[in-house]
Write a protein that binds this ligand. Structure first.
Ligand SMILES: [Mn+2]
Length: 253
């Protein structure tokens, strides 16, 4: 049960909305019959507010690149500040926390409800009101890194780990960067692993720990809705952003 105010008591279910790969600034986005460069952000924020979510997680590549104009960054910051819930951003390989990062140049790190891993906090954000800690290794630059390694110990009642990278499904993928291995996911003590980098919404890992890609709103047409019950039960489904999008996940590729 949630109280609808974005505040969960210790006995309440926690509702988290997870998206990624909005690639804001990559071009027009068709949103409610209008073309809006920030349409993906508006859709995701609206979905989180409609669900009375306690937090919104954005798992990397929120912005298409770090050279975006300040005007667009400020409009995005304004939209996020206007949403009355914690927003947790993990910088990805398109928007890493380089010196010229979008998260350093504009006002994105300013709103009190916006938390950028690697900028406003280190790799861990505590939300004690929600009895929730959120871990994530931000992309620091454009070089390879290991998104989920090493595993982080849990110190609060609920833990979510965010990662932006490529889940390795076989030897054909081994040449890729930012690899996420089944062992990495299984080693996480998390209630949920929020992944980004892939366009489609789908589960990842061997199933021992709930881990999902949300996909890009543009291609998946949905956000992930994660409900962590006080008894530890985790339910994950998709919330379609437009007609014709299923609530079930695509099978692993
Ligand atoms: Mn990416």
């Amino acid at each position: 049960m949630t109280n609808g105010n974005g505040v969960a008591g210790p006995s309440d279910d926690l509702v988290v909305v997870h998206s990624s790969d909005l690639h804001l600034g990559s071009g027009p986005y068709h949103h409610r019959r209008e073309v809006d460069e920030l349409g993906a952000l508006h859709e995701v924020l609206a979905a989180a507010l409609e669900l009375n979510a306690h937090a919104l997680l954005l798992a990397g590549d929120i912005f298409d690149h770090n050279r975006l104009p300040l005007d667009l960054l400020d409009r995005a910051a304004h939209a996020m500040a206007g949403a009355a819930l914690p927003i947790v951003i993990l910088p990805g390989n398109h928007d890493p926390i380089t010196p010229d990062s979008v998260y350093r140049r504009g006002g994105l790190a300013d709103p009190a409800n916006v938390h950028v891993l690697g900028i406003t906090v280190d790799e861990r954000l505590d939300l004690p009101d929600l009895d929730l800690e959120i871990w994530g290794a931000p992309h620091a630059d454009y070089h390879d890194m290991s998104p989920l390694h090493p595993p982080r110990e849990r110190s609060m009642g609920r833990q979510i780990v965010m990662g932006h990278g490529h889940w390795l499904t076989g030897p054909h993928d081994a040449h890729r960067s930012w690899l996420i291995f089944d062992e990495d996911i299984a080693a996480a003590s998390a209630d949920y692993v929020a992944l980004g980098h892939w366009d489609l919404a789908q589960p990842a890992g061997d199933g021992s720990v709930p881990a999902y890609y949300s996909g890009s709103p543009r291609y998946s047409g949905s956000v992930n809705v994660v409900v962590i019950a006080r008894d530890g039960t985790v339910d994950v489904r998709r919330k379609p952003l437009r007609p014709g999008v299923p609530e079930r996940f695509e099978p692993p590729a």
